[in-house]
Design a protein around this ligand. Structure first.
Ligand SMILES: Cc1cc2nc3c(=O)[nH]c(=O)nc-3n(C[C@H](O)[C@H](O)[C@H](O)COP(=O)(O)O)c2cc1C
Ligand code: SF4
Length: 433
């Protein structure tokens, strides 16, 4: 399957991260110049028409979200634009590459978004572990300031847009937008109940748009080449080019770019297929929060609507492939350890629930499982959904439910045999490492 990459076309090209390269080779900052000559409503309208959906996880329509920012007469005071560069979902590594190879694409998208929502202050909230990317993004911001693309008089238009890079401290929950904003304000990264949504009441209590790095990297393309061009790529269930992170038991794991909605089997083919000549057992299509697909469910388009119809989600497009030797109990235990560790502890169903289900699944894997454990597991998982401040709790319950329901015989066999019938080296620990 051939597709000329767009977002990733410069990945690996020396110098692609510099402003000179971006302006010389990729029409850099032309789209932002054009956008600043348009009204905010016109920019929002173009992004709405493109049907760009957020690449951070929830897949919310980008232009529509920008349109939720209230008019200054209704809510006076500053507006903020925040770039979510906290990328921590296991199996996801696309934003890191965008930050490293083409930071100016994201910065240009941020200028356009800031103009559209009337923000004078922007922040990039970057994952603590992304030390070298933070340095590179900082350099890119300085380059853009030096050319007058940020500051008090952006492109000589009299418009003020400032950009600050803020480093996180390595907590997964700070990727959740309200947790991120709490952290950015200087507090603990505790999520807040929505509504009010950040678009109405966000950073420092003011209207705020939080957008993912890849979402913003798509925005200059839309302004430059037009919404119709963007929409002509992909499917009605997800428009535009899309980065997919393929890891686990494939011959050639890595980052792949295709039109949104590429068939999952074709994507696996591009990654060289299942490794070592083995058969496919299951695929996690959208990061560790996503419900798992059995091998016979993988003939599916990798877009927002199709995966939702298939009972799962595109999420962060972290595609984790599991071969026939994988123990699904061990795989689930691995995922649940992560969520238990990352729960911020504010809500009882999440704080206690993530611990309970992790312990239950660990016990089954180690041979101490009892009759009734699976019913308890499903009962706890059901009570963890829709009852908490943010969806981390749901995100832990979804794999717990889907692995148990789709591979129930394996869980029961563990309980019957009082141990794991698979060899230890089959554990998904290797796939997620
Ligand atoms: C537990 C949790 C972790 C998240 N982590 C990230 C993340 O690392 N990066 C990201 O862009 N969005 C993450 N999100 C989604 C954000 O809350 C938010 O929806 C997103 O940044 C919005 O950007 P978009 O509309 O451009 O996708 C996370 C959500 C949850 C519930
Ligand atoms: S659901 Fe979990 S992570 Fe989210 S706020 Fe509640 S305790 Fe924290």
């Amino acid at each position: 399957m051939s597709f000329d990459p767009i977002l990733s076309r410069r990945f690996g090209t020396p110098g692609s991260h510099t402003i000179d390269f971006y302006e010389r080779e990729d029409r850099g900052y032309q789209a932002a110049r054009k956008a600043l000559g348009m009204t905010a409503a016109q920019v929002i309208d173009e992004v709405k028409k493109s049907e760009l959906r957020g690449r951070g996880g929830a897949g919310f329509p980008c232009g529509q979200k920008w349109g939720f920012v209230p008019a200054p007469k209704d809510v006076p005071g500053p507006r903020y634009l925040v770039v979510n560069a906290d990328e921590s979902e296991p199996g996801t590594f696309k934003d890191r590459a965008l930050l490293w190879y083409t930071p100016h694409a994201m910065l240009e998208g941020a200028i356009i978004a800031a103009h559209a929502i009337g923000a004078e202050s922007c922040y990039v909230y970057i994952r603590g572990e992304f030390a070298r990317e933070a340095v590179r993004v900082g350099e890119a911001v300085r380059e853009a300031y030096a050319k007058g693309y940020f500051g008090r008089n952006v492109f000589g238009t009299g418009r003020r847009i400032e950009m600050t890079v803020h480093r996180g401290a390595g907590a997964y929950i700070c990727g959740e937008e309200t947790g991120l904003l709490s952290s950015l304000e200087g507090g603990r990264g505790y999520p807040k109940i929505k509504p009010p949504f950040p678009a109405v009441k966000g950073l420092f209590g003011q209207p705020t748009i939080v957008n993912n790095v890849e979402t913003l990297a798509c925005v200059p393309l839309i302004l430059d080449r037009g919404a119709e061009w963007f929409k002509s790529i992909g499917t009605p269930g997800g428009t535009g080019p899309k980065l997919y992170c393929v890891s686990g038991h494939v011959e050639r794991p890595g980052l792949f770019e295709f039109p949104c909605g590429v068939n999952l089997r074709a994507l696996l083919g591009a990654a060289g297929g299942v490794w070592k000549g083995r058969r496919l057992k299951a695929v996690i299509p959208g990061g560790s929060s996503a419900k798992i697909l059995r091998a016979d469910e993988t003939d599916v388009a990798m877009d927002f609507a199709s995966l939702q119809k298939a009972g799962t989600m595109l999420g962060s497009a972290g595609v984790i492939v599991l071969d026939e030797t994988t123990c699904m109990v061990n795989a689930l235990w691995n995922v649940l350890r992560f969520f238990h560790h990352e729960s911020c502890g504010q809500c009882t169903p999440c704080r206690e629930g993530t611990g309970w289900i992790e312990k239950l699944v660990g016990r089954i894997e180690r041979g101490g499982g009892k009759q009734g454990d699976l019913d308890t597991l499903l009962d706890v998982a059901a009570n963890m959904q829709g009852t908490t401040v943010c969806v981390l709790s749901d995100a832990a319950a979804w794999p717990a439910e889907s692995y148990t329901l789709k591979f129930r015989d394996e869980f029961e066999e563990h309980i019957r045999r009082k141990g794991c019938p698979f060899k230890k080296e089959s554990a998904m620990a290797g796939a997620l490492a």
